[in-house]
Design a protein around this ligand. Structure first.
Ligand SMILES: [Zn+2]
Length: 338
């Protein structure tokens, strides 16, 4: 979606390659110590846009050599250069003073900066929105299946998603436990549901904006997709989150802390999420009174160079415990490599 030369909205699909934990800041909820963030309205787990943006910013900085470097900011009276360390990743120090704020910076222009020292600031040319769940993996008597719901499909952009009764499941062709049997049932974890009409996954594949339905992972998911009601979707998702137990290590001794066992929840591997990034046209913005000269395609390219690394280096918490890789499936091809 776009509006002339003002902005371009791009839909991305992210596949969890590991369990992903984006926490709420660590308050205890029921059985887990560290819960993940949820959408208040439907209680479905989500990844906030700010987490995606912060991670992607760091990775764009890595790939463009802006992660940490020396910058000459002038010279002393006896011509000795004054050098400072700048890092365009992260928050840029306490007052944003470590961001370079240069008008050609592939990090500061797409992701924005606010430098308290020079009083220069620029909103990010890329605005990131929350990643929401679309397809969620659950085990069943016919092997792993992915569940979705009319509400999730509607949020993802399907104008007229298929409907069903609240106690039904509508599986993709070939998933019905007994073909042609009106009494066929399918379990999703502990929940046993009556099978309704076969689900037309072709319509879903073609009506979701930018879904890369030729991607092998998407093909597999669509072939094993089961539609359930919105009420059940939230329940089944929340009952099938990954809950892990881990132990905090005392950095001084390298040994496990006493009473440091904790549990945390995570989105399971193979969950599929979608999120939007809106790219603004830099031509409508200025730095220090001078209009920027880049275009929307340039902003998108810098951001996608960062997003490509979330499939390798991960996002969210617990990265050192083997969590967090999310592969963005529909990046422009040229942005994948180095
Ligand atoms: Zn910069």
């Amino acid at each position: 979606m776009s509006n002339g030369n003002i902005y371009q909205s791009q839909r991305y699909y992210g596949l969890a390659l590991d369990p992903i934990h984006v926490g709420t800041g660590g308050y205890r909820l029921g059985r887990v110590d560290l819960s993940i963030l949820r959408e208040p309205g439907d209680n479905l787990p989500k990844i906030p846009g700010s987490s995606i943006s912060g991670t992607s910013r760091a990775y764009t900085a890595m790939r463009t050599n802006k992660y940490r470097r020396q910058q000459t900011i002038g010279q002393t009276q006896n011509n000795t250069p004054i050098i400072r360390t700048v890092s365009c990743a992260g928050k840029g120090g306490d007052f944003g003073e470590e961001h370079c704020c240069e008008r050609d910076c592939p990090v500061c222009i797409p992701y924005g900066f606010s430098n308290g020292r020079t009083r220069q600031s620029l909103q990010g040319m890329a605005q990131f929105f929350d990643a929401r769940l679309l397809f969620f993996p659950v085990h069943s008597m016919v092997g792993p299946v992915w569940i979705t719901a009319p509400g999730a499909l509607r949020q993802a952009g399907m104008a007229d998603p298929p409907e069903l009764a609240s106690d039904q499941a509508r599986p993709a062709a070939g998933l019905r436990p007994a073909a042609n049997s009106p009494l066929a049932q399918l379990n999703l974890g502990w929940l046993l549901l009556q099978c309704g009409d076969e689900l037309d996954t072709e319509a879903i594949a073609t009506e979701l904006p930018d879904l890369p339905h030729q991607d092998s992972a998407i093909k597999e998911i669509l072939g094993r997709l089961v539609l359930i009601s919105d009420e059940l979707f939230s329940k089944v998702v929340n009952d099938n989150l990954e809950v892990r137990t881990s132990v905090a290590i005392d950095p001084a001794t390298g040994a496990a802390d006493d009473k440091a066992l904790f549990t945390f929840e995570a989105l399971p591997r193979a969950a599929l999420l979608f999120f939007d990034v809106v790219y603004n046209n830099p031509g409508h913005f200025q730095v220090a009174g001078v209009p920027l000269t880049q275009d929307i395609a340039w902003v998108r390219q810098q951001v996608e160079r960062g997003l490509a690394l979330t499939g390798h280096l991960g996002l969210g918490g617990m990265n050192s415990r083997g969590l967090g890789r999310m592969k963005v499936l529909n990046l422009e091809e040229k942005n994948h490599g180095n």
